[in-house]
Design a protein around this ligand. Structure first.
Ligand code: FES
Length: 176
């Protein structure tokens, strides 16, 4: 992992550190940057972040394990989070989760053999007004229906298979 971060990314780390009185305060954004680059946080990545911020490895590892948004094993290229907290549950969130799990043949925190999708059941993501909702990577899809799940997964699968990578950013994020 010699090229753990590029010079530009290292400069960004320095910029983040400069925003706060203590380097430790930059830990979450730096971890997030590394996870966005690699898709997950290996023990080696965690060690390198600890070195960059001059923090104890055990502290950084503890932070990573505390926050569910950090993954300590590889997730899919498209990480699907399904909210099953009360408002989403009352509007079918559990059925959405079950449907996606059956459709992809994976469970909580698992990924498909092709590495394309992973699934996670999550607590409230702050979009209760659009319940039930799911997130794919960093994009929210609210008032989601099973039919829309089908369309989304199919589109992601097709476009990633023919060399054209669909970024969820290209979608209309809020289903109506
Ligand atoms: S309960 Fe699902 S987003 Fe709040």
């Amino acid at each position: 992992m010699d090229n753990f971060l590029t010079p530009e990314e290292l400069a960004d780390v320095e910029r983040l550190i400069s925003l706060y009185p203590e380097p430790q305060a930059a830990l979450l954004p730096v971890l997030w940057m590394v996870q966005r680059k690699y898709g997950w946080l290996s023990l080696e990545s965690i060690r390198r972040v600890a070195e960059l911020l001059h923090l104890p490895y055990a502290h950084v590892l503890g932070v990573v394990r505390f926050y569910t948004m950090f993954h300590t094993e590889p997730m899919g290229r498209y990480h699907i989070q399904v909210c099953t907290n009360v408002p989403c549950m009352l509007r079918g969130g559990e059925q959405v989760l079950e449907y996606i799990a059956q459709k992809l043949g994976i469970g909580h925190k698992q990924r498909t053999p092709d590495g394309l999708f992973s699934l996670e059941e999550v607590e409230c993501m702050g979009a209760c007004g659009g319940a039930p909702m799911i997130a794919i990577n960093e994009d929210y899809y609210e008032n989601i229906t099973l039919e829309q799940v089908d369309e989304l997964l199919e589109r992601l699968r097709l476009t990633s298979g023919n060399g054209t990578i669909l970024q969820p950013d290209d979608d209309e994020h809020t289903a109506t």
